[in-house]
Design a protein around this ligand. Structure first.
Ligand code: BG6
Length: 455
């Protein structure tokens, strides 16, 4: 334990002027679409000063030259790239490229290859100098997530493992912590005494497309809820961390996840899903789910959390709604019809925060109207470039900052929360292109109302 802490401090203090990134699976789609373009952009903005080599490896037989030619990149960035086929001999290749005190291995590989690859790297003699970046899914359920963590931990310590959740790198997601802990006005009301429900929507209009094979074995709960949406919810409801250090933030997310339970869930599948290429003809995989969760701690007890997510829906959008409790039936609310205040966090495709307020309609008498105050990124930060998620994640990994990466315990706890519903096979169907009506609650915030604000 102590050794782990010490090693971690050393890593934190290490200057990153002598790092190299090794992309395992460099001839694949992720490297092509996301990693190399993100690194090229970071290079262009001068943020990669400390990174002196980008080494691609994979099964394909590229030469360094043909590997560089695969990408549309400026020549000075291309100089950083080299290629080595397979793992045997990679140490010698790296040594030829320079002397590095930190090696960042990005496992752009199918998930079943994570543990064997970590073991192979260990056999090749990589140790304290290595960081491993891996993408979800981290396991298929609690047992397989634990097994993966155990196998990774045989060769590498937890502080060397960076689990990506690309939602954490979204600007509007990072802003949740700032909103909560840098604005005194919301602090006293952030609890179940004042908040009636928290609702998260993550809608996609696209179908499973070319990922049917992966998706059919997973379903929307494993694909979106276990990771991205649990992380959003954690940031929104965790206790204030002792400091902004990655470990202190993780500690609070972990404490929160220990108190969550699924109360209800319904699952649906879009019509025609079973005919998609790569989908089993008798598949019971859910492409849409609604969940009701509880958080059984002092702050949140008695307040439901609703989550809705799916594919092939009426529109694409991720939003969080926080609905406040209604006022006593007095004054303007004698009839109990005054709308409750709501805060909407728009995460994507446009970013912003909207506060719903009741206001007096101008003119004679008192008529109350629903009005909104909106802070839109588009207007407030017109000049700032919003970095692409992988740029931010790669840069943080290069710096050794783990704040935006997910810990083993968080991953396992999220699986544990969902464990009771993962084996369900019941479902109803919905028409693609149409968002199904509510099924676990009829208390949904009408998010469509906000779709043009900040858009
Ligand atoms: C991925 C899921 O993690 O997130 C995909 O595997 C999903 O199924 C994607 O489409 C959504 O990401 P974003 O950033 O487009 O909301």
């Amino acid at each position: 334990m102590r050794k782990d802490k010490k090693a971690e401090e050393t890593l934190e203090l290490m200057n990153f002027t002598d790092s190299a990134i090794v992309i395992l699976g460099a001839s694949g789609d992720l490297a092509n679409r996301k990693l190399i373009p993100a690194l090229a952009r970071l290079h262009q903005t001068g943020s990669l000063k400390g990174l002196s080599a980008i080494i691609g490896t994979g099964r394909s037989g590229f030469t360094t030259e043909s590997f560089r030619n695969k990408f549309d990149i400026p020549p000075d960035f291309a100089q950083l790239l080299s290629y080595h086929q397979g793992i045997p001999g990679i140490r010698a290749h790296i040594r030829k490229r320079g002397k590095f005190s930190r090696l960042i291995f990005f496992l752009a590989l199918p998930p079943k290859a994570y543990a064997p690859m970590a073991e192979e790297l260990k056999r090749e003699g990589f140790g304290e100098e290595a960081l491993l970046i891996i993408e979800k899914p981290f396991g298929y359920d609690l047992a397989s997530a634990r097994e993966l963590d155990t196998r990774l931990s045989r060769g590498f310590q937890e502080h060397q493992i960076f689990r990506i959740d690309h939602y954490l790198a979204k600007e509007a997601v990072q802003n949740i912590l700032v909103f909560r802990f840098a604005n005194s006005v919301f602090y006293p009301v952030w609890n179940s005494r004042y908040i009636e429900s928290i609702q998260i929507n993550a809608f996609e209009s696209g179908k499973v497309e070319n990922r049917a094979q992966y998706f059919d074995g997973a379903g929307i709960v494993r694909d979106m809820v276990q990771n991205h949406l649990m992380q959003l919810l954690s940031l929104l409801t965790m206790e204030p961390p002792v400091s902004l250090d990655a470990e202190d933030i993780r500690a609070q997310k972990t404490a929160l996840l220990k108190t969550m339970k699924v109360q209800k869930m319904c699952r649906m599948q879009y019509e025609g899903y079973r005919d998609e290429k790569g989908v089993a003809p008798d598949s019971t995989t859910e492409t849409y789910a609604e969940l009701q969760l509880s958080i059984d701690n002092f702050r949140w007890t008695g307040m439901p959390v609703y989550i809705r997510t799916g594919k092939a829906l009426g529109r694409k959008g991720t939003e969080i709604g926080v609905r406040f409790r209604s006022l006593p039936r007095l004054l303007f609310n004698k009839d109990g019809d005054l709308p409750s205040n709501q805060i909407i966090f728009k995460i994507q495709p446009s970013e912003g925060i909207i506060l719903d307020l009741s206001s007096k309609n101008p003119g004679e008498g008192i008529q109350i109207r629903d009005t909104s105050m909106a802070f839109c990124y588009r207007d407030a930060f017109a000049k700032e470039e919003i970095p692409e998620a992988y740029q931010r994640l790669l840069l943080d990994a290069i710096k050794g900052d783990r704040t935006l990466f997910v810990g083993a315990q968080e991953t396992e706890l999220s699986w544990k929360i969902l464990e009771p519903i993962l084996s369900r096979t019941d479902f109803t169907t919905y028409k693609p292109g149409r968002t199904p009506g509510p099924c676990v609650t009829d208390q949904w915030i009408d998010f469509d109302r906000y779709k043009d604000i900040c858009g």
